[in-house]
Design a protein around this ligand. Structure first.
Ligand code: GUN
Ligand code: FE
Length: 431
């Protein structure tokens, strides 16, 4: 019980505050992990089955759990590594860090930390890169299954331009992925993503086999990186001289379709957005990472052009992103939009991190909103939890102002609790 927020419309097509539904004294009824009813306390209080426990959050804002559409769990230990842009950062920090996941004991320890940190920041679903080692995927899904979180993850495919100990081959990558799909895809709430890291680290043969793998099941996910950094883009042009563009490399391999998530797309042009729209794939907007690595500013409102709308979700992109909290990532998204002379309304931001993220993953029938039939994956925002949030809360009068202050000033402290399939899995220590 408590005030809750959810969306009944898309805040990029109607007035953002009209799209948002605010129930000032609401009740969300949960049975067997699913939401069975949601509405005002007064209208539902008499329908509560006898013996039902009621958790009460009177001064909070209850929301659907947040959805991180692009993140690398193995990079958690190298978050905030100094001084480089994409390609040197990968060489110097990321590849050495990822080599450690040949050891499943290490992988299990980091997977556990990572998922616990995700819940602490109110994120209940994520699209996650593991490493090239199949055991890094087992370690991750084992822990996610234990928590009953809905996670999308996959083994990184990398058969060239990476250190020897991080390379598979086109065939071994295919075989290992096929095995992991058989073991994990649709097991409980776990979902598999075929994960070629990005064009430079896969041969054309490997990309074609990734496409062949996707062709075996229409509900598999695909995740990769796209058009992130200028040196990377020049390199792709050299490596694939007979392809019309970076995105064309993926398209020709059969990778573009619904449930394909392309991270960054910072330097995408109109033709790229058009092709994303035509193929139904999604973009993960990672503003914190793009600023941290100096990659550039993703033109969010161009991607969302209603004439040929592209699905967009929001991604922390840990370890290139310096924050796991999607509230902090939304604050970055606002500032990046401002720099492009556009305005990201807080309701639009929250939508990207919840219902819009779910839509971009093709999971809107399961998560991302507070609605009967969906999983009870929830986070409880406490707008007054941070010192500056508390000061601002005294003057913020409208819901829009409160929500904006939450997304600008909020972080892990702003999450009072997190529920996954109705289970309370995180509760913040009393302040
Ligand atoms: N491009 C290829 N690999 C990576 C990665 O791990 N992080 C980011 N930000 N970009 C990439
Ligand atoms: Fe990334």
């Amino acid at each position: 019980r408590g005030p809750y927020l959810t969306f009944h419309a898309d805040p990029f097509t109607v007035d953002p505050m009209e799209a948002l539904h605010h129930e000032p004294d609401g009740l969300i009824l949960i049975e067997n992990g699913l939401i069975t009813a949601a509405g005002s306390w007064d209208s539902l209080r008499n329908t509560i089955p006898a013996g039902t426990a009621v958790d009460h959050y009177p001064d909070m804002l209850i929301s659907a759990g947040m959805i991180d559409t692009h993140v690398h769990y193995p990079q958690l230990p190298v978050i905030a590594s100094y001084g480089e842009q994409l390609l040197e950062w990968l060489e110097n920090y990321v590849f050495p860090a990822e080599a450690r996941y040949a050891d499943i004991t290490y992988a299990r320890a980091v997977a556990r930390q990572f998922l616990s940190e995700l819940l602490r920041v109110g994120t209940t679903t994520a699209a996650v890169y593991c490493t090239v080692h199949p055991q890094s995927v087992d370690a991750f899904f084992e822990e996610s299954e234990r928590l009953n979180t809905c996670m999308i993850a996959g083994k990184v495919l990398m058969d060239r331009n990476a250190p020897e100990n991080l390379r598979d081959t086109a065939q071994s990558g295919y075989d290992q992925s096929a095995e992991l799909i058989a073991r994990w895809h649709n097991r409980g709430r776990q979902l598999y993503a075929v994960t070629p890291r990005f064009a430079p680290t896969s041969t054309p043969e490997q990309l074609d086999l990734a496409g062949a793998l996707l062709a075996t099941k229409p509900d598999l996910f695909m995740q990769t990186h796209l058009l992130e950094n200028r040196s990377e883009i020049a390199w792709v042009r050299e490596l694939f001289p007979d392809r019309a563009s970076y995105l064309d490399v993926y398209d020709k391999a059969g990778l573009l379709r619904p449930r394909a998530i392309l991270a960054h797309a910072v330097h995408a042009e109109e033709a790229d957005f058009q092709r994303c729209h035509d193929t139904g794939c999604s973009i993960a907007h990672c503003p914190g990472s793009n600023q941290f690595l100096g990659s550039g500013s993703f033109p969010l409102f161009k991607a969302l052009n209603p004439e040929r709308r592209v699905h967009v979700g929001i991604g922390s992109d840990i370890g290139a992103g310096p924050a796991l909290s999607l509230l902090q990532v939304l604050s970055d998204a606002y500032k990046v939009a401002q720099g492009l002379q556009t305005k990201l309304h807080p309701a639009q931001g929250l939508w990207l991190a919840t219902a819009g993220g779910a839509q971009s993953l093709g999971l809107e029938h399961r998560i991302g909103s507070i609605r009967p039939g969906l999983y009870a994956d929830l986070c409880i925002f406490d707008p007054a939890a941070t010192p500056l949030g508390r000061i601002r809360a005294q003057t913020a009068e409208t819901l829009a102002d409160r929500l904006f202050a939450l997304t600008m000033l909020g972080d892990d402290r702003s999450i009072a609790a997190t529920y996954v399939a109705g289970q309370l899995l995180h509760k913040r220590n009393a302040a």
